[in-house]
Design a protein around this ligand. Structure first.
Ligand SMILES: [Zn+2]
Length: 137
């Protein structure tokens, strides 16, 4: 299975884990911005002073790059999917017999044959996405 980022995925993803809840604070853009916006909330009330509150707040934040978002998808963590940050990527197969293209998993479960002409000879098909950007080998 391959995953690709969607347009929804921010450059920097900021997760907040509180108890068993996961919140998406990515819209703030940085941990500091998140703190600036949230420090008026119950974080400060729960603590003796604002520095302690800040420390506790920061300890609940996790920052991910876009690469790490894809890695999280491979690790079967739900949040990249729940928030639409990644999507599964089917590879496109090009049938050399009838010159059509079709998505790799077009015929479930794993029938590796062209849905148009029934060609199942792997030597007569190529993966288009793997050719991309490969130039001459
Ligand atoms: Zn075909």
């Amino acid at each position: 299975m391959k995953y690709k980022l969607t347009d929804k995925c921010p450059l920097t993803v900021i997760l907040q884990l509180v108890g068993d809840q996961t919140y998406d604070l990515s819209a703030y853009g940085s941990k500091e911005e998140a703190w600036a916006a949230e420090k008026g909330e119950w974080w400060v009330e729960q603590n003796e002073d604002i520095d302690a509150a800040r420390l506790e707040f920061m300890a609940t934040l996790y920052e991910y790059s876009q690469e790490e978002v894809v890695s999280a998808a491979f690790d079967e963590q739900a949040w990249p999917f729940d928030w639409g940050y990644v999507t599964e990527e089917n590879e496109t197969v090009h049938c050399l017999v009838c010159d059509c293209t079709y998505p790799e998993n077009a015929m479930p479960p794993i029938v590796k044959a062209c849905p148009h002409c029934g060609n199942s000879d792997k030597n007569q098909t190529v993966y288009l996405s793997k050719e991309k950007g490969n130039g001459n080998n």
